[in-house]
Design a protein. Structure first.
Length: 399
């Protein structure tokens, strides 16, 4: 299965809308960073159709069966296999950026990262009971209560450490303010009949401004003329998104329309796919962690596909026992169906970054690689459209 990877560099602010309605007087439209992988899937497929001069109206009606995209009702082989925040340096090097998984706890002291710790699957002491259906709970042992810090992102070096079962260091983290800024915009509702501003329809939206080279991302204190001054720190990178697609030929360059209002973004081919764990080491250890890299649409809520009532996991030639899970509060995904001109059905999902611990693992390195490539899909939750859009993707990590 051939895979191509591209870096998507925004050339304007982005409106990365979620599933919450807005546009009514006084409403507020929030943006998601990163957006759902369906945003990349739609933008790339639209560009591919435009390059081939396909009649978009005929394609929407299902009258054109594209060799790789198929039709809106019957998707073809095209599938987004990875979609991440990333940054691109002047020499063309692209670095992956990952939101910390649910089993990482970051602590701050005086505005700086003081420690990065991991939740550990723990069997409760006798006499203690919990509502969890799994035999272990993710526990953080600490001498003093502390509040976890948010707003951090793992660099690629930190993510590679995580995949190996190592704990990232403070130097492996970036603040969100070093990657993007929120620009609050005011929108005006339009009257479709009179083609003018509708009375009393003002609303606010969040525009996302990605960091570009020479943008100020922080300040540092320097001594000058025996006095302390603050000097700006400028970025030497552009922040965007890394997208990998299987079974399709991606455009090599040019631009595409991304997010709400179709804001411009440039394409840069990328030779390096996202890093993966050592599947041979995982198979030898006979246990692993499954980390959702995109939201998971599962038939049984938070529970992985292929898990039976006894907690046994069997999917794609990989078998094991689900012993623990760290799953944040559920999210809802939806979207807009351009072909049908109607909202997509809202669905509950397990958030990206959810972590599942598998013990008693029985799998070959090849089977682990195939599971990572195929995603977490079985007959109970199979959805060809959502599969093509990049949902239910995972990374395997050493445990």
């Amino acid at each position: 299965m051939s895979t191509q990877t591209t870096f998507i560099e925004p050339l304007d602010v982005l409106f990365l809308r979620g599933n919450k309605l807005f546009g009514d007087p006084g409403s507020y439209g929030e943006s998601l960073v990163p957006p759902w992988p369906s945003v990349a899937a739609g933008a790339l497929r639209s560009r591919m159709l435009a390059d081939e001069r396909v009649d978009l109206a005929a394609f929407a009606r299902g009258e054109v069966d594209h060799p790789t995209l198929g039709t809106p009702k019957r998707p073809g082989s095209f599938a987004v296999t990875a979609f991440h925040l990333a940054r691109r340096f002047a020499d063309g090097r692209v670095e992956l950026l990952i939101a910390p998984p649910a089993d990482l706890v970051i602590s701050e002291s005086e505005g700086k990262v003081s420690s990065v710790r991991s939740l550990q699957p723990t069997v409760l002491a006798s006499g203690l009971e919990a509502s969890s259906p799994l035999p272990r709970l993710p526990v953080l042992a600490e001498e003093q209560r502390s509040k976890p810090a948010g707003g951090y992102w793992l660099t690629q070096a930190g993510w590679e450490k995580y995949l190996k079962g190592e704990k990232p260091a403070a130097d492996d983290l970036l603040k969100a303010s070093q990657l993007w800024a929120i620009d609050h915009r005011v929108g005006v509702g339009l009257d479709a009949h009179t083609r003018r501003a509708a009375d009393g329809k003002l609303f606010s939206v969040q525009a996302v401004s990605m960091v570009q080279p020479r943008h100020e991302i922080a300040k540092r204190r320097v001594m000058k003329d025996d006095k302390q001054h603050q000097e700006p720190i400028l970025a030497d990178y552009a922040v965007g998104f890394l997208a990998s697609v299987s079974c399709a030929s991606l455009p090599k360059d040019g631009s595409l329309r991304l997010g709400g209002d179709g804001r411009a973004a440039a394409l840069h081919p990328c030779d390096a796919p996202p890093p993966t764990a050592d599947h041979a080491a995982i198979a030898a250890a006979r246990r692993c962690r499954i980390v959702l890299s995109t939201p998971g649409i599962f038939a049984d809520g938070w529970r992985l596909p292929g898990v039976d009532a006894q907690g046994r996991f069997a999917l794609g030639g990989v078998r094991g026992k689900l012993v623990c899970a760290a799953v944040p509060r559920f999210e809802a995904i939806s979207g807009w169906d351009l072909a049908s001109r109607e909202p997509k059905t809202a669905q509950r999902v397990a958030p990206a970054g959810s972590v599942y611990w598998l013990d008693e693992l029985d799998a070959t390195p090849d089977a682990l690689g195939k599971l990572a490539a195929a995603g977490l899909w079985d007959k109970a939750c199979e959805d060809a459209a959502r599969r093509a859009e990049g949902f239910n993707r995972l990374s395997l990590a050493y445990w």
